[in-house]
Design a protein around this ligand. Structure first.
Ligand code: PGA
Length: 241
């Protein structure tokens, strides 16, 4: 059975005070949520401990936005698996396009981070997606196939979530057509050996398009940036119809 996973990626937003305020507004929406939907929040590292304490016993899972492949060491600015699991983190986003674009992540480092996540018992959310230029040049399928094949070397598909995030749809309000997202996700599924991997869509997911996205048969959840920052909009998303 494919699990439905709805994750909020807060990127570099929210101090601890702002996180506390978000929770006050958001928790009531969780109580109405239909069963069987996993909700994950991926805040900045400084909010993890606070959220871990506040979410204790509740149904939100904690996710991080990155993980280094070493257990410890001289890697300024990085964070390791044991540091994340100690504060109750269960998921970690790996290979987000912002990491690939602005911080020179490659398929090889993405793969090392995925392996590390699994080594420490975390579920990695592997992000893949094409640029506008690649899409216009008819290269979407080749780009996605290559990212999946290189990213998944030596990865256990029993503990994995994938997010299809077309780069041109991220933060632009220019959502990918739900049927097109469904088509690419079905291509991704055809590359996997485990048919039960959950595959999310990400890129300008909003309260006004979530129902249509989740109505697609291949889409098992969403990775939400901007619309996860506000309790009412993320509340509507986790309560999609
Ligand atoms: P967005 O971001 O929802 O703001 O487009 C999605 C993401 O980057 O995961």
């Amino acid at each position: 059975m494919r699990k439905i996973v709805i994750a909020g990626n807060w990127k570099m937003y929210k101090t601890q005070a702002e996180t506390q305020e978000f929770l006050l507004g958001f928790l009531p929406y969780l109580e109405e949520r239909p069963q069987g939907r996993e909700v994950v929040l991926c805040p900045p590292f400084t909010d993890l401990n606070l959220l871990s304490k506040s979410l204790h016993g509740s149904l939100i899972q904690l996710g991080a936005q990155n993980i280094h492949w070493e257990e410890y060491g001289a890697y300024t600015g990085e964070i390791s698996g044991p540091m994340l699991t100690e504060v109750g983190v269960r998921y970690v986003i790996v290979g987000h396009s912002e990491r690939r674009q602005y911080f020179s992540e490659t398929d090889a480092t993405v793969n090392l981070r995925l392996q590390a996540a699994q080594r420490y018992g975390l579920t990695p959310i592997l992000c893949v997606g094409e640029t506008k230029q690649e899409r216009d040049a008819g290269e979407t399928e080749a780009v996605i196939t290559s990212q999946i094949q290189k990213g998944l070397i030596d990865i256990d598909q029993d503990n994995l979530v994938i997010a299809y995030e077309p780069i041109w749809a991220i933060g632009t309000g220019d959502t990918c057509e739900a049927t097109e997202a469904n088509r690419v996700i079905s291509l991704i599924r055809s590359l996997l050996s485990n048919p039960n991997v959950s595959i999310q869509y990400g890129g300008s997911v909003k309260p006004n398009n979530i129902d249509e996205i989740m109505a697609q048969p291949e889409i098992d959840g969403v990775l939400v940036g901007g619309a996860s920052l506000e309790p009412a909009s993320f509340g509507r998303i986790v309560n999609y119809h």
